[in-house]
Ligand binder design. Structure first.
Ligand SMILES: *Cc1c(COP(=O)(O)O)cnc(C)c1O
Length: 549
């Protein structure tokens, strides 16, 4: 037997004695999540703040002391059930049982998935297979996206997408030497290079596109990120004639264009109608533009067959952003990035070998082009996988693949189809209720209805319901503060949670359904819907709804 140090002995004893406390706490939370008040009380927040250590203690509390302090004094002051079935703020998802447990295991091993040492650890191979299974889930041919990595979230994926686009567009600029490398040579200057040299054309881009564009050196003003007008009868679909005209114009002057196409608009959960994505992709190919698809949550909507048309052309993207920590219900943080151009990431993140620190080399050259002769095209071999640090921003990184893999395997494709379908049906039930209630106006646009006063019919394209108080309610649209007070009145119930937003220039309320616990089979009993309806009915009558179990 190997000897054990006193240190290890003490750490083991402290760990074991505290583990029971943690397991009990987590077990109780899990069992009671549906009945837990979503928000902490004001007093709980004040108590947590008051109990924060004033300074770092010279002598530590010990494992048991520190964990007991968290459970007793710190955790009561944070959101109590953001991962519960009636938290409808933002698009946060929850955490499936398998994902939660696997995340604990990932911490237990604490492996730094950074360098591909494939003869010493299978972790990079595990990550690659997980990324392939996500493509399988979406019915995307694995070989379409040979550039892949897990990130901290969709924002980080958007950074990667725009960085790849930037390098590609400079490398293909008619004004620069062929294969100009922005990553190597920085911002170019050349006679005739237009200013700005690269623009983004988009429609309702998520705010994170601005951040990403600023960070990768493209700029983020409205001169750089330009809005393509929507179609007259569909505010979520690009006007294709105008887009084509713009792409032609920019190609003529040799300006690089990135088209950012959102699959799933964040306020409405909607998609442009028809063949939008396929048509936009075709125009981008013809005119040399880079197509970046931001499908953070909406990319999974197609798991419900009737929404499939909106997502089925995502495989035509040059780069694709997805989130694991939203609709896939894996824990924070987990973003999923794909690109068609396998070398796009390594061109940026893998310094020429001369300048790569020797200790980061994996010690084996890729054996082939990266594709094996295995049965499924696009499946990669562990030996051929680039080190994660050469395809992404981070060097040291968490083993994010483990909870994602566990969740995918625990549910299978059918399990995820069930979550997406239940969530969408739930959103539609809420919308149907709101559209007939005298207290509310439903605002989601529908493709079949004229835009400016789209209060009927109650057809919700996916999982987000957008609404406001009606003019007969205590929260009339004529009062500019009414959406905020309606939001806080609903959230004050602590039985459900929504967020405030703006749409068509007006304040309104947004309810996003993305938790694996929410919703029931079509027509089945639905306790969460009953609670939501009761809260909305009472708030709509002007009542203040207090939390009761
Ligand atoms: C949430 C979201 C983002 C940002 O994602 P994070 O994971 O929060 O970084 C980007 N784009 C869309 C469409 C989103 O819904």
């Amino acid at each position: 037997m190997l000897p054990i140090s006193d240190h290890s002995k003490q750490a083991n004893a402290a760990f074991t004695s505290t583990l029971d406390t943690v397991i009990k706490h987590v077990t109780d939370r899990h069992a009671n999540l549906h009945a837990t008040a979503i928000l902490p009380t004001g007093e709980a927040i004040a108590q947590t703040n008051a109990s924060l250590p004033v300074s770092l203690p010279a002598r530590g509390l010990g494992t048991d002391g520190a964990i007991s302090y968290l459970i007793d004094s710190i955790l009561p002051g944070i959101l109590q059930a953001q991962n519960g079935p009636r938290y409808f703020g933002f698009v946060v998802g929850g955490v499936t049982p398998a994902a939660q447990l696997a995340d604990m295991l990932a911490t237990s091993y604490d492996e730094n998935v950074q360098v591909n040492l494939h003869q010493q650890t299978a972790s990079t191979a595990i990550e690659q297979r997980t990324l392939e299974l996500v493509l399988d889930l979406l019915d995307i041919d694995r070989s379409k996206f040979m550039g892949r990595t897990l990130t901290t979230g969709a924002t980080a994926c958007n950074v990667l997408g725009l960085a790849c686009a930037r390098d590609y567009l400079y490398a293909h600029s008619p004004h620069l030497p062929s294969s100009y490398s922005y990553a190597q040579d920085g911002p170019p200057s050349a006679p005739g290079l237009p200013s700005p040299p690269i623009i983004i054309l988009s429609l309702h881009p998520h705010f994170s596109i601005q951040k990403a564009s600023a960070l990768v050196g493209l700029g983020s003003s409205s001169r750089i990120i330009q809005t393509v007008p929507p179609q007259a009868h569909d505010e979520l679909a690009f006007d294709l004639d105008i887009l084509e005209g713009r792409l032609r114009e920019e190609q003529a002057v040799g300006r690089g264009v990135i088209v950012v196409y959102g699959v799933g608009e964040v306020n409405t959960g909607s998609f442009g109608n028809g063949q939008g994505l396929a048509d936009v992709a075709a125009l981008c190919r013809t005119h040399g533009a880079w197509l970046h698809v931001d499908a953070a949550f909406g990319g999974f909507a197609g798991l419900m067959p009737e929404l499939r048309d909106h997502t089925k052309h995502m495989d035509q993207a040059d780069s694709l952003t997805l989130d694991g920590h939203k609709w896939l219900n894996v824990p924070y943080d987990c973003g999923i990035f794909y690109t068609k151009h396998a070398s796009a990431l390594t061109n940026i993140f893998q310094p020429p070998s001369a300048s790569a620190p020797a200790y980061l080399a994996s010690g084996s050259a890729p054996s082939s082009a990266g594709v094996t002769d295995s049965a499924i095209a696009g499946t990669v071999n562990a030996a051929d996988v680039p080190s994660p640090l050469f395809v992404g921003l981070e060097n040291s990184r968490r083993f994010r693949a483990l909870p994602l893999l566990a969740s995918l395997l625990s549910l299978g494709k059918e399990g995820y189809q069930d979550i997406i379908t239940r969530n969408v049906l739930f959103a539609r039930k809420v919308a149907a209720f709101l559209s007939t209630s005298p207290s509310y106006d439903l605002l989601n646009p529908t493709t079949s209805h004229p835009l400016p006063t789209a209060q009927t019919p109650a057809i919700i394209p996916s999982n987000i319901v957008l609404f406001r108080g009606s003019s007969d309610s205590p929260f009339p649209p004529s009062d500019p503060a009414s959406a905020a007070s309606l939001t806080s009145r609903i959230n004050g119930s602590s039985r459900m949670y929504v967020s405030a937003t703006r749409w068509r220039g007006e304040a309104c309320v947004r309810l996003a359904v993305s938790n694996y616990l929410t919703g029931s089979a079509e027509g089945g009993p639905d306790v969460d819907f009953d609670i939501v309806r009761e809260v909305l009915e009472r708030v709509g009558r002007g009542e203040e709804v207090k939390f009761e179990r």
